[in-house]
Design a protein around this ligand. Structure first.
Ligand code: CO
Length: 223
């Protein structure tokens, strides 16, 4: 079904319709929504000492849980109200199940196991840019076209404090850019093609399955 298909498409760096609740009815790990100042701050580096604490490890666990509950494919610490430079990323096959092979191929979207990146440095590779719809768990219910680098390299630390470097193309590169932006107080709405911004139901109904070039033309986007 189209709606489900697009839910998976836009589950790119985030997008949720509801927050999971537990037996008590309380929302677990509520995701901070746009307008909150924590989403506009530059988050602080995680120190080696901090990284080793149970509190930090518990934060990573809460971030992973919140990302999976949403569900989304990435979550940065500021989205749980914590201004630290760490994000989690995971793109499970089940989130991709409703996309056609063509759509997955166009987006260069493949399953990615859980990764935790602390104090990331992001470097674009090459000069190729690609444009797709993107949403954010902190701008719940909306999506827009966003142009991103096709390939990037990220380096930083993993959750154990070990150095990591990851060079990747396609959808995971998009997620990395979206999540690193969060650590700098940048949200995708700062980078979107504004005329393409819409509620998820509108975007799904009007643009689901259509070529990006046709969507841009229909909306009068010349970039
Ligand atoms: Co986001």
């Amino acid at each position: 079904m189209r709606y489900a298909l697009l839910a998976a498409v836009f589950a790119t760096a985030c997008v949720t319709s509801s927050q999971a609740t537990r037996a008590g009815g309380a929302v677990e790990n509520p995701i901070v929504q746009v307008g909150h100042p924590v989403l506009r701050e530059r988050a602080k580096d995680v120190t080696k000492e901090q990284l080793a604490t149970p509190e930090f490890q518990a934060l990573v666990a809460r971030m992973t849980e919140a990302m999976r509950q949403a569900p989304g494919v990435g979550l940065a610490a500021p989205q749980l109200g914590v201004p630290l430079r760490v994000f989690v990323l995971e793109d499970r096959a089940e989130l991709q199940a409703s996309l056609t092979p063509g759509e997955l191929g166009e987006r260069e979207r493949v399953p990615v196991p859980l990764r935790v990146i602390v104090n990331p440095t992001l470097t674009p590779i090459g000069d190729e840019r690609v444009t797709f719809f993107e949403g954010c768990l902190s701008v719940s219910g909306y999506a827009a076209l966003v142009e991103r680098w096709r390939e990037v390299e990220v380096s930083g630390l993993d959750e154990k404090g070990e150095p990591v470097t990851w060079r990747v193309k396609g959808w995971p590169a998009r997620i990395l850019q979206h999540e690193t932006d969060h650590l700098d107080g940048v949200i995708y709405i700062d980078r979107m093609l504004p005329r393409t911004f819409g509620t998820l139901p509108q975007v799904k109904a009007r643009f689901g399955g259509k070529p990006i070039a046709d969507i841009k033309e229909a909306l009068g986007v010349t970039k």
